[in-house]
Write a protein of this length. Structure first.
Length: 311
């Protein structure tokens, strides 16, 4: 049995505008790297974390990746221990599924080292245990499912888990603008309204169904018509400097649709060519310049692999 492995797990865009907590997709970069080693001493030891500016706990019981591993090892009755090094290669609190990427990297790495006895659905369950650190009890699975399965996923049900991978057009590109402000997932969930008008719900589920149908049929016009969120985006967008202008810049430069990535502050846009994706990125970033908010732009195809072994 191989004793050490290094893996990469990708960033993800949850919600995809109208699909709060039930839709997500993975992108090629950025993502997290994680090295895992099997040891004789039972338990999980995190030897080092890089790229987190000292913000993440090194104690396994308080760390997203550590908690995910502990849940998996308990279920497997593991008679061994593991040592782990986590290299954060993506911003924390960015809306790009940072905690999901770490959680997924850890359980994927262990599964590879022990010759893959655990299926993808169960890996989602273990990694979701780790998400409790950042979102509290009953965490959503949209980032984790997209990270593990790759591509677009529909989480038809969170409890019990029912995950449906969705096919999508080959030439979709994602542009992400990450403004240099931090939004805590817990906070941006707490500010959401708990009750809705029936008419609002009808609009939203029409859009979700339309978006799923548009992806499956590779119908760009339908994808574009459906990427409207009338429930979550109007509330959360106040947390993002220049949101309306950023979104408008994306749409007027050829985006099929644009919205908040996960719980923000990143804003994503989908388009159907690399040239458009780059033009959209430049236009979105230009909006932030006069606001004196720093930012990064990521451009990526949709990642269809999920996590991979890199060493
Ligand atoms: N679906 C979750 C939310 C994703 O929007 O709160 C958090 O990353």
């Amino acid at each position: 049995m191989k004793k050490e492995i290094k893996v990469f797990a990708p960033a993800t865009v949850a919600n995809v505008s109208c699909g709060f907590d039930i839709l997500g997709f993975a992108i090629d970069a950025p993502g997290d790297e994680l090295t895992l080693r099997i040891t004789d001493k039972p338990g999980v030891v995190i030897t080092k974390i890089t790229g987190d500016e000292g913000k993440l706990p090194i104690e396994a019981e308080k760390n997203t990746a550590g908690v995910s591993l502990l849940a998996m090892m308990k279920e497997l009755n593991a008679g061994f221990g593991v040592e782990m090094q986590l290299d954060k290669k993506m911003p924390l609190g960015s809306g790009l599924g940072s905690s999901a990427a770490s959680a997924v990297a850890s359980v994927f790495a262990l599964n590879c080292l022990i010759d893959k006895p655990v299926n993808k659905l169960d890996l989602v369950k273990f990694a979701r245990e780790g998400e409790k650190i950042s979102c509290g009890e009953n965490p959503h699975a949209d980032n984790i499912a997209a990270c593990i399965y790759g591509g677009f996923v529909l989480v038809r049900s969170n409890y019990p888990l029912d995950i449906i991978p969705l096919s999508a057009p080959d030439d979709l590109y994602c542009t992400i603008l990450h403004p240099d402000v931090v939004v805590k997932t817990e906070h941006s969930r707490n500010i959401l309204r708990k009750q809705l008008l029936l008419s609002t719900a009808v609009t939203q589920w029409g859009n979700i169904a339309g978006l799923v149908a548009g992806l499956l049929k590779s119908d760009y016009d339908l994808i574009s018509r459906s990427m409207h969120d009338v429930i979550v985006e109007p509330v959360r967008s106040v947390l993002i400097p220049g949101f309306d202008a950023i979104k408008e810049a994306a749409l007027s430069n050829g985006a099929l649709g644009s919205s908040i990535s996960g719980s923000g502050p990143s804003v994503f846009a989908l388009s159907n060519s690399k040239e458009k994706a780059e033009k959209i990125g430049a236009a979105m970033q230009k909006v932030l310049a006069p606001l004196e908010v720093g930012s990064e732009v990521y451009i990526s195809k949709i990642n269809s692999n999920g996590p991979i072994i890199i060493g």
